[in-house]
Design a protein around this ligand. Structure first.
Ligand code: AMP
Ligand code: TRP
Length: 328
């Protein structure tokens, strides 16, 4: 029996890719590649739901693809492509718009948060989950590995697939979100009550994948903690807990081993060790990233090949959808 699953996930090319993206999402995509059929997509159409400078958007799209390759996504095992290169995404999104009830969209918490205190919010920002549902459903996806914050959107894609199938007959595979237990929600270093985010107003709370070693050391040294003593995993001490989770994930050590290691030691020693561990964890990624960016023609050809492989898969589903709906 074929137990291979179709995996799809996406990431926005909005710059500022951070260690939360890597620990909560990208590293899981890379880890399970050989067991499954994977598509990973740089979602530029999602990025333009808020204004992007055109030249920057182009640059960030290539940068994001380079980072995914540097983080271990292999074009041999996964289809890596740019969303706008496959026009079926936008086309299916329109059709799904006509199937998704307003009430479902209005419940999306990320929209509520993102639109707060903002003027001139685009219709696209509100409609963003419909495009995300199109991304997922076009490829008859079984599993969508994402960080905690995207769970609600994947559930909307699942509900949309079910509603479409009920209205028009079996068409879409029903997808499910896959949320990594540990690391699915890395918090800001400056404010451990808020998730680390590409759009954080303050840069010191966010460890960027391309931060030079000294920037990483400074950010970790200044990370907000508390005045209690003892380096222990205690969710009641959110600043320390977040740093310990990062330490655990980048070193691969067990929790009791980590606590033993820092018994009788203070924040100074722990933060120094954490900083060095993060620097070493990111070093190979940064080296590979430099190699990919040194050869933009190779990067572009990987993306062109990815789109060429994704397109027929997407077209097949779109054709079926159009038949079911009575278009054409
Ligand atoms: P985004 O930065 O919104 O494009 O997210 C790309 C991926 O990273 C998604 O799967 C997110 O759920 C995940 N992600 C974003 N921020 C974090 C975070 N602070 N901790 C863990 N995962 C995250
Ligand atoms: N909305 C996701 C985010 O901001 C990115 C995304 C777009 C995505 N399409 C997707 C993730 C499809 C998973 C599947 O993180």
């Amino acid at each position: 029996m074929d137990t291979r699953k179709r995996i799809f996930s996406g990431i926005q090319p909005s710059g500022n890719t951070h260690i939360g993206n890597l620990l909560g999402a990208i590293r899981h995509w890379a880890a399970r590649q050989t067991e499954n059929d994977n598509l990973f997509c740089v979602v530029d159409l999602h990025a333009i739901t808020v204004y992007q400078d055109p030249a920057e958007l182009k640059k960030h799209t290539r940068e994001m693809a380079g980072l995914l390759l540097a983080a271990g996504i292999s074009p041999q095992h996964s289809i890596l492509f740019v969303q706008s290169h496959v026009s079926a995404h936008a086309e299916l999104a329109w059709i799904l718009n006509c199937v998704i009830p307003m009430g479902w969209m209005s419940r999306m918490t990320q929209y509520k948060e993102k639109s707060k205190n903002r003027e001139n919010v685009s219709v696209g920002l509100f409609d963003y989950p419909a495009l995300m549902a199109a991304d997922i459903l076009l490829y008859q996806t079984h599993q969508v590995p994402v960080g905690e914050d995207q769970k609600q959107h994947v559930e909307l894609a699942r509900d949309t697939a079910q509603r479409f199938n009920n209205l028009f007959g079996e068409t879409f595979t029903i997808p499910e979100p896959v949320i990594a237990g540990n690391g699915a929600r890395i918090m800001g270093l400056d404010d451990p009550t808020k998730k680390m985010s590409k759009s954080s107003p303050r840069a010191e709370g966010v460890i960027l994948l391309l931060d030079p070693p000294d920037a990483i050391r400074t950010k970790i040294r200044r990370a907000k903690t508390d005045s209690l003593s003892g380096i222990v995993f205690d969710e009641g001490r959110p600043g320390l807990y977040n740093l310990l989770v990062i330490y655990e994930l980048v070193t691969g050590l067990g929790r009791s081993e980590i606590e033993d290691r820092f018994t009788g030691k203070g924040y100074g020693v722990f933060k120094n060790e954490l900083a060095e561990a993060v620097v070493e964890y990111l070093r190979p990624l940064q080296t590979r990233y430099a190699e990919f960016t040194a050869d933009p023609a190779r990067l572009d050809s990987i993306l062109a090949e990815g789109a060429a492989k994704a397109r027929p898969l997407a077209e097949q589903t779109l054709k079926l959808v159009k038949e079911r709906v009575g278009l054409g």
